[in-house]
Design a protein around this ligand. Structure first.
Ligand code: TYD
Length: 227
């Protein structure tokens, strides 16, 4: 069982500084639903963990979130957007993520740096090296141990999203081609970083997806157990 592996790894201190798991995916991929299910499972098993999200996670982060996610599409370009995301991420790491990892907790984060690589970088035109440089200089060179990519067909994802009325719809308002590009680029990024990525088909029903996630997490921990 996944809980047993996690406890085993924590007790062996294989992950010396906690375990940092991020979830990525396009609009409506169901990340937040799946993260809640995972958190419920961990709580039931008394496994101490922290649930957080980007942009956001801190008071400043939530304020930056409002700037980024509300309002007109063209109010910021990709470069200014990235600087806002990076500022929010630095505070998030300093105040929430790193302290929790140092206490050997599992941190589960809804989106992280890879969203910047895709949205502001591969789609928005900001160079990969610049994103990496700023991340390494200002965001403590912190990369996830494991990233779960919920790969959703953009049409399915946008339909799911349209069922809810959103104030935070700045990114959803981009055209369909944008969302298709986001999906392709996430898959590209997952290929480049295959050591820490697990890709899940997120077009399915939520319990089915959750089982897949658990399977993948389990495999990931089995592999790392022997390191
Ligand atoms: P959110 O409402 O959390 O969307 P979702 O439920 O799809 O995660 O909004 C986050 C939006 O911010 C999402 O469209 C992606 C975007 N984003 C970036 O463009 N760059 C980033 O670095 C991050 C963290 C998010």
């Amino acid at each position: 069982l996944v809980e047993t592996y996690i406890k085993h790894l924590q007790s062996k201190k294989i992950f010396q500084k906690g375990i940092f798991i991020t979830f990525e995916g396009g609009e409506g991929s169901g990340k937040s639903t799946q993260i809640k299910l995972l958190s419920k499972l961990l709580t039931e098993q008394n496994i101490s963990h922290v649930l957080t999200r980007e942009p956001g996670g801190t008071e400043i982060g939530e304020q930056i979130r409002k700037i980024l996610l509300q309002g007109n599409i063209d109010k910021l370009d990709s470069y200014s957007e990235f600087l806002c995301f990076a500022a929010s991420r630095r505070e998030h790491l300093k105040k929430i993520i790193l302290p929790a990892l140092n206490k050997n907790k599992i941190v589960i984060c809804d989106r992280f740096l890879d969203s910047s690589y895709v949205y502001q970088g591969m789609v928005g035109g900001l160079k990969r090296e610049i994103i990496t440089k700023i991340h390494d200089d200002f965001c403590f060179k912190k990369y996830p141990d494991l990233t779960i990519l919920l790969n959703v067909n953009p049409k399915v994802g946008l339909e799911r999203k349209n069922k809810t009325t959103l104030i935070e719809n700045r990114f959803e308002n981009f055209k369909n081609e944008f969302h298709e590009l986001v999906q392709t680029k996430f898959l590209e990024l997952a290929n480049i970083n295959s050591h820490r990525y697990r890709v899940i088909n997120a077009d399915n029903e939520k319990n089915f997806i959750f089982n897949e996630i658990i399977e993948q997490i389990k495999h990931f921990f089995i592999l790392n157990k022997n390191e």
